[in-house]
Design a protein around this ligand. Structure first.
Ligand code: HSE
Length: 399
């Protein structure tokens, strides 16, 4: 019997208990031993839950119980989640987490702690919810030099944008719906302002390029500045409006990494990914492009990925997964503001002034206020804004 403890009994934690119950037979077929939840740690009581008898409030009970081999961390954030994860690893337990904030900020030290204690620290659920992504990137694509990763990495914002665009719904109502459905973060600003997507692209970049990337090193712009006019411009351009996390290797070997809303050409596979779905496109120098698609948030999809990691820990109790990366190397990162991109610009400026500043541009059909630029840097756009040029919107184009 493999005993696990679940830390945090919110959306994901309760989903883990549910999946372990619902799919007991399938899981046992793989592990060849039952996997049982021995404890659930939470500050709250759950008197009406079938798991009420497992709820405890003192982490040291788990820490000191030699029967617990795997700790599942679903608390979120970097406060007690960091403390409990470190203590669990030091106590000789594998740790599985869905917590991208923890991995993006402390992944390096926690992976090292896992190594020192000959345990695994696994986090498949931290990126892309239920989509199998980190293992394929780390192992199946290990024969590649990864050139680019570009993805819709946040279910909440993709859900909001999809509803705003296709159903003409308003932002606040759709955010509330995403919260009700259990997609949004405890503080949904992390979704809306792009920080959640940023943490996820940091984890993907670290796995792909072998160096820790901290969220503070990444240019991040979310969707709170997106207006109905931007949506109309995307429609006029025949493109989809998507929040993307992106990283790619430049010719000089440095990595560009950023999060921003984009206009995506409609024939690109990412353009048709709607609702809570996430999709991640990876380009390797041997395989070319591969795309991963599935539910990026929600109780059971995320729990599916967590339980997959639990099964891996149970199956490989005495073996370590060689998943990880080295220290951050800021010199490897390119300055996003100097990267040439095409932009969709919305402006009050007349076409003469636009031509004088941008040269040849491509106006969107039916619009005198919006056009696509030739490749230019964000630094150049910021310079124009400082000089007083009217830039109502500047959104990069993924061509
Ligand atoms: N808030 C996240 C999202 C949850 O909406 O994608 C999954 O990481």
């Amino acid at each position: 019997m493999a005993n696990i403890a679940i830390l945090g009994f919110g959306t994901v934690g309760s989903g883990v208990a549910e999946v372990l119950d619902m799919n007991q037979a399938e899981i046992r077929r793989r592990t060849e031993e039952p996997v049982a939840v021995k404890y659930i740690l939470d500050t709250r009581e759950f008197p009406d839950s079938p798991y009420a008898h497992l709820v405890i409030h003192d982490f040291s009970v788990i820490e000191q119980d030699p029967e617990v081999s795997v700790v599942v961390e679903c608390i979120g954030g970097c406060g007690v989640a960091l403390d409990f994860t470190s203590r669990a690893l030091k106590a000789g337990k594998h740790v599985v987490t869905s917590n991208k904030a923890l991995v993006a900020a402390h992944g390096l030290e926690l992976l090292e702690l896992a190594r020192q204690n000959n345990r695994n620290f696994l986090f498949e659920a931290s990126v892309g919810g239920g989509i199998p992504l980190l293992r394929p990137l780390s192992f199946c694509l290990a024969g590649n030099r990864i050139e680019e990763i570009c993805g819709i990495l946040n279910g909440t914002t993709n859900y909001i944008l999809t509803k705003m665009i296709h159903e003409n719904r308003n932002f606040d109502d759709m955010l509330r719906r995403a919260q009700e459905k259990g997609y949004a973060e405890a503080d949904p600003t992390a979704d809306v302002e792009g920080l959640d997507a940023c943490r996820k692209i940091c984890i993907l970049a670290a796995l792909a390029f072998g160096r820790h990337v901290y969220p503070e090193q990444v240019y991040t712009c979310g969707i709170s500045g997106i207006t109905t006019e931007d949506v109309a411009c995307a429609e006029a351009a025949g493109m989809a409006l998507k929040l993307l996390g992106r990283t790619f290797r430049q010719e000089d070997g440095r990595f560009v990494i950023y999060v921003s809303p984009h206009l995506v050409l409609s024939d690109r596979p990412l353009a048709s990914v709607d609702g809570v779905f996430n999709a991640v496109l990876i380009r390797g120098n041997a395989v070319g492009e591969v795309m991963f698609y599935g539910r990026g948030a929600g109780k059971l999809p995320t729990a599916s990925a967590v339980v997959g990691d639990v099964v891996d820990c149970v199956l490989h109790n005495d073996k370590r997964r060689s998943l990880g990366w080295g220290e951050s190397r800021p010199a490897d990162l390119a300055d996003f503001s100097q990267v040439p991109l095409r932009w969709m610009i919305r402006t009050r400026a007349a076409s003469g002034a636009v031509g004088a500043v941008f040269g040849q541009v491509e106006y969107l059909p039916g619009r005198k206020d919006a056009f696509l630029t030739a490749p230019m840097t964000k630094a150049a756009l910021d310079g124009l804004r400082e000089k007083g040029f009217s830039l109502l919107s500047a959104i990069p184009v993924l061509s």
